[in-house]
Structures are given as structure tokens and as C-alpha cells.
Design a protein around this ligand. Sequence first.
Ligand SMILES: NC(=O)c1ccc[n+]([C@@H]2O[C@H](COP(=O)([O-])OP(=O)(O)OC[C@H]3O[C@@H](n4cnc5c(N)ncnc54)[C@H](OP(=O)(O)O)[C@@H]3O)[C@@H](O)[C@H]2O)c1
Length: 307
Amino acid sequence: MKAVRIHSFGDAGVLKLEDVPKPAIGPDEVLVKVAACGVNPVDWKIREGFMEQMVHYALPLTLGWDVAGTVAETGALVRRFNEGDAVFCRPDTLRNGGYAEYVAVKTIELASAPRSIPLDHAAGIPLASQAAWMALFEVAGLKPGQKVLIHGASGGLGTFGVQFAKAAGAYVIGTTSAKNAGLVKSLGADEIIDHTSEDFSRKLKGMDVVFDTIGGETQAKSWGVLKKGGVLVSSVGADEKAAAANGVIGRSFVLNSNGARLQEISGLVDAGKVTVIIDKVLPLAEAKTAHELSQSGHAKGKIILNV
Ligand SMILES: NC(=O)c1ccc[n+]([C@@H]2O[C@H](COP(=O)([O-])OP(=O)(O)OC[C@H]3O[C@@H](n4cnc5c(N)ncnc54)[C@H](OP(=O)(O)O)[C@@H]3O)[C@@H](O)[C@H]2O)c1
């Protein structure tokens, strides 16, 4: 099969389209024929070698942990899925990913893909939507009527975060740049703050929750906008000492992929309550361009590789 792999860490030039063996599956696994694979910041962070302090990756490695496709083969113990089913998942990031014609995944990670959108759009959902869901509801415990500030509201996590928070009955404020303000409003944000021309920390106070997908100065300025005891949840790591010094809570998380959670999100998509915003769909052979766009930090929603 064709796959895009890396043999060494480095810039986007290390991505190579190659012929590789089809993966073998275990008894509780499914072989997915990949229709499309979402591109996420973790892909280029692993490619650059930035994750090596946390996890050691054996090379060569197939990147891509956001997959939609059809079941090509099932392991002996698999009952919930059958050949030909349309599925999607965030495969285990410690294994070979989905920049490939086939990927082996555990059934516990798998859900039925939404029927109302094409598979190349569904591929943008599993990783970012689950990260936003986990951050807002499982880590920060966002409740109806609370005020939430979502940084990076036009990005992968932010576009889902705004929709989930709004659907849960929260008052939603998003930071983005002026060019994406209309998009973020259309997803349900009550207020937008342009991070290129306005200082959110001068405009806001008393927030119950901040969802930080940016870090750095954005996070440092966020402690002061929370009410006492409020929660900042960060996808890039929260500075817990700074949180404590400000009388608020700082929480980090690492996404655990969960087919049941993803199935619930799939249902929300089919019910028309949540949509996936697609920046670009590119052919697999253009993985380099996709990485460069993701690494720019200014993707609008999701970038997809069509396999
Ligand atoms: N902990 C976990 O398990 C986990 C899971 C998923 C993702 N992550 C991490 O979370 C981060 C976000 O992921 P993502 O997929 O959402 O990234 P992304 O899609 O690449 O985010 C891009 C968006 O960020 C916006 N942005 C850039 N600088 C900004 C600023 N200063 N203020 C407000 N918005 C700004 C951009 O808007 P403009 O173009 O309008 O500026 C753009 O739309 C990444 O570092 C990723 O690795 C962690």
C-alpha cells in the first residue's frame, strides 16, 4: 500500500510517499481502508521530534491520527463492526497512523462515521472534536449558564469547542483574528475578540472557564479574566503555579481516544447540531503542503489529506 512516512525527524521535507506492507490486525482490531486522514499539529510536532522528550517513536513512522474510511477486515473477537461499515476514529498515537491506504485500529477507538457528510470531511472530526469535548466537559466541567472564553476559536479545537459550549447552554466568547470573526460567530459565539488588535485581558473578567489552545502570553494573560476558583483548561499545558498564585485552577490534559464519546459526537453531526469546518482537502501526496499550512498556526478549521 501507499503511505507517507518519516525515516528521520526534521522539516516537512522528511515526509516520503512510499510503498509499505499492509498492517496486520490483532483479534480486537479492525483494518480500516482509509478514505481520508485529518492533519493535526501533533503530526508536525512528532515529525519535528518535539515529542521525543515525552515519547520515543521507532522510525520509520506513518503519521496521521484522524481517520475516516471503511472496514476492510475484522479481527476474530470483533462483533460491533462489519466489513464495509463507514467508520472514523483517532487511532493510537503510539502506533502507525492514517497517512496510508490502510490503518489498524482498536475497536474501542472506533465509531460509526456520520452519514450526513462525506468521509473526507468526517476525517476532520475525531481528534479535534474529542479534545474539545474532553477539555470543556470532562476536565473543566462546563455547565449551562457559565461564561467560557475559547482561545483559538477558529482552529481545529476551537471550532468544535465553540459549538459544544453553545449547545451546552454556555455564554461563549472566542478569540480569533478579524478574517475569521464571521465564521466563529456563525458557529454560535456570543462575542468575538480580535487577538491581533484587541487585548482580551482588558475587556473580560469573571469568566467561569477558559479553554486555552494557544499557550504562552495568551495563557499568561488569561489567569486574570477568571473568577476566583474558575478553571483554565489548556491543550498545550497549564502553568499550575501561576494558576494557584491567581486563586484559580489550571488543568492540562492528554486526549484519550474513546469510541463511545466519538459516537455521541457523530450523532450530533447527523442531527445538524455540530459541523466540521474544512480549511483544505489535499491529496495524500501533498502532505508536505498540509504540514506547512498546519504549522503556520493559522489554519481555519481542519486540513484533510484525501487518500
Ligand atoms: N492535549 C491534547 O491532548 C491535545 C489535543 C489536540 C490538540 N492539542 C494541541 O492544541 C493546540 C491547538 O490545536 P488546533 O488543532 O486547534 O490548532 P490549529 O487548528 O492549528 O489552530 C489554528 C488557529 O489558531 C488561531 N490562533 C493563532 N494564534 C492565536 C492567538 N494568539 N489567539 C487566538 N487565536 C489564535 C488561528 O486563528 P487566526 O488565523 O485567526 O489567527 C487559527 O485559526 C495545538 O498545539 C495542538 O497540538 C493538544
